[in-house]
Design a protein. Structure first.
Length: 267
């Protein structure tokens, strides 16, 4: 009887030591995982943060359907620690700068410039989608050849870029507050040496009909860059949404731009 009791005590001690060993020092499993033996008072939501993994990752790694159902002695596979991934894209919000975005997502400004084919680090605008990681998207602007236009609404100024270099600048007149010029990235969809333009409202007293407007470059719906013969107040907001240029400036732009070229309008 005494021998049987002694044998039972030895077995119990051995089992206790085994459980202690596995619980205190989880052993490595395949694929960098660890094994943990559930102890009395454990539950998954308590075990997960102990090893720096999420509850969903822990249940998935162990094919557990009910996260409340674990038992003492159960061997759990602990997956490797999860690293928060950087989102691949970000849509610029009002007040954002390239510097603040780079700090927020812990990427360098040089990386953002390269991934998004941005030549001017000050040229970002609300609504613009930026690539934050991975391969850069095909650039709508060639770094050497293609022309593209930047319109700064706050300064009422237009820049013609060739790749990453400004080759021409001029004052413009964009839309008044009632008829704002749309902001964003657009592509030239049509060019007309002359076009008749009409708009406004007779009821409001701002109806207009302008025949043979010269060097019209449409970039978004009926919005266009074009020459202007009815005023010379460039640098002031004057239009019903189009971008007014002097006739010589419009002619020069007309000669340089082609259908498909980029037009960026921003504040």
């Amino acid at each position: 009887m005494e021998k049987r009791n002694l044998f039972s005590i030895i077995i119990s001690l051995l089992l206790g030591l085994a459980i202690f060993f596995f619980s205190v020092s989880p052993v490595n499993a395949q694929s960098g995982s660890k094994i943990y033996v559930v102890q009395k008072g454990d539950w998954l939501s308590k075990i997960a943060p102990r090893f720096g993994v999420s509850l969903s990752a822990l249940t998935k790694a162990n094919n557990i359907r009910n996260p409340n159902l674990v038992f003492v002695g159960q061997r759990l596979k602990i997956p490797g620690k999860q690293v928060a991934s950087t989102p691949k894209t970000y849509t610029v919000r009002w007040g954002d700068t390239l510097f603040s975005i780079a700090q927020r997502f812990k990427v360098s400004i040089a990386t953002l410039l390269k991934l998004n084919n941005i030549f001017n680090p000050n040229l970002v605008f609300a609504g613009q989608k930026l690539v934050l990681s991975g391969s850069s998207q095909p650039s709508p602007v060639s770094s050497t050849g293609s022309f593209w236009v930047e319109v700064d609404l706050s300064k009422q100024k237009l820049h013609l870029w060739q790749g990453g270099k400004i080759v021409f600048s001029c004052l413009v007149s964009t839309g008044i507050s009632r008829y704002p010029t749309p902001t964003g990235r657009f592509k030239v969809w049509g060019k007309f040496l002359y076009d008749d333009m009409t708009g406004g409202s007779k009821a409001r007293g701002d109806y207009y009909y302008l025949p043979k407007v010269p060097h019209v470059i449409y970039f978004y719906k009926s919005f266009a860059l074009h020459g202007t013969y009815w005023h010379q107040n460039f640098g002031q907001r004057m239009s019903h949404g189009c971008i007014n240029l002097s006739q010589p400036d419009a002619k020069y732009l007309y000669q340089k731009l082609k259908v498909g070229d980029l037009v960026v309008v921003r504040y």
